[in-house]
Design a protein around this ligand. Sequence first.
Ligand SMILES: Cc1cc2nc3c(=O)[nH]c(=O)nc-3n(C[C@H](O)[C@H](O)[C@H](O)COP(=O)(O)OP(=O)(O)OC[C@H]3O[C@@H](n4cnc5c(N)ncnc54)[C@H](O)[C@@H]3O)c2cc1C
Length: 339
Amino acid sequence: MTDLLPQLIPDFDLSARNTLALRARSRFGIELRDAAALPALFEEAARLDLPVRVLGGGSNVVLAPHFDGITAMMALSGRRVRADEGDAVLIEAAAGETWHDLVAWSVEQGFGGLENLALIPGTVGAAPVQNIGAYGAELADFFDSLTAFDRHTGKQRQFDRAACAFAYRDSVFKHEADRYIVLSVRLRLSRAWVPNLNFAGLADLADGGGVTPRAVMDRVIALRMSKLPDWRVNPNAGSFFQNPIVAPAEAAPVLAEFPTAPQFPQADGRLKLSAGWLIEKAGLKGFRMGLVGMSERHALVVVNHGGAEQGDVAALAAHVKETVRARFGVQLHEEPVFL
Ligand SMILES: Cc1cc2nc3c(=O)[nH]c(=O)nc-3n(C[C@H](O)[C@H](O)[C@H](O)COP(=O)(O)OP(=O)(O)OC[C@H]3O[C@@H](n4cnc5c(N)ncnc54)[C@H](O)[C@@H]3O)c2cc1C
């Protein structure tokens, strides 16, 4: 082992490292503070014949009770204005930075753009993995490029936007989770800021003009705090199911029964439905199954009522999917990753 590689910590407790607060341990844990340690980490993992997985803020995972491998906690830090391009700025942040801190920092610097994505938990490095989005914006809207470690070659590689294959809550990093580790992300923020207020709860900010990125960020924070249960109080992983995007024929039975059901036409002719609405209409808002349940405040959120493990969450998720499928014929898919 080289000096670059910090000590592997045996029998590492991850219960406080996932926002669902699931009971979870890893055979080894390691804090990754230096990207230069990655080759040594994989050499050591090969020597021990153990798999390696990466964990950020643990806000989009359903962790197994025991992982027989090495969990590398992403702790690379640093953020900066990398280039001032006149009409735009290029900001860069390391993968272990907290996403919301980056948003707040960019707004404080006077740069607009990221404010609709305020208060999304987790790290900068995980943000491209599922192309995080909220309040009518998504990471891809501001994305310039990123640097990732390629486990296959043992080298760093640059990704531009096309190479990331961003889509709704999706990217190449989700599909090749065993290959790439995001190390740093670069975002381009235009100085010609146009507020994005096309979302319920934001539109009135346009009244009277003079709206600022700060005002939008504050509103987004207030809205999120009023709608979503606080994971520190009621452990959860945010939205547990993706909004289903279905063919018009698949949506027809729902819309025949509920013509005013939330529906968002997509460029390819399909319709995005609201997973939360479907779950609520299926009678599952506040539904409880043992140690876990659907939140009483938000039908889309799975809450750990205390002491739950991955299997409890999986059983609840299966029940919700089956109930919605039987009631509406629509298939839901989980958003968090089972690791
Ligand atoms: C209360 C709450 C609200 C939320 N609201 C939203 C929302 O509005 N919009 C939204 O999009 N999401 C939302 N989420 C989900 C979550 O915040 C995001 O998916 C976030 O990007 C996850 O970051 P993380 O660092 O916690 O990732 P983790 O949960 O630690 O990891 C998620 C996945 O990414 C992988 N990963 C982590 N870091 C890296 C890396 N550096 N390189 C490669 N792979 C990596 C992990 O292996 C895992 O597969 C919410 C979650 C919670 C708890």
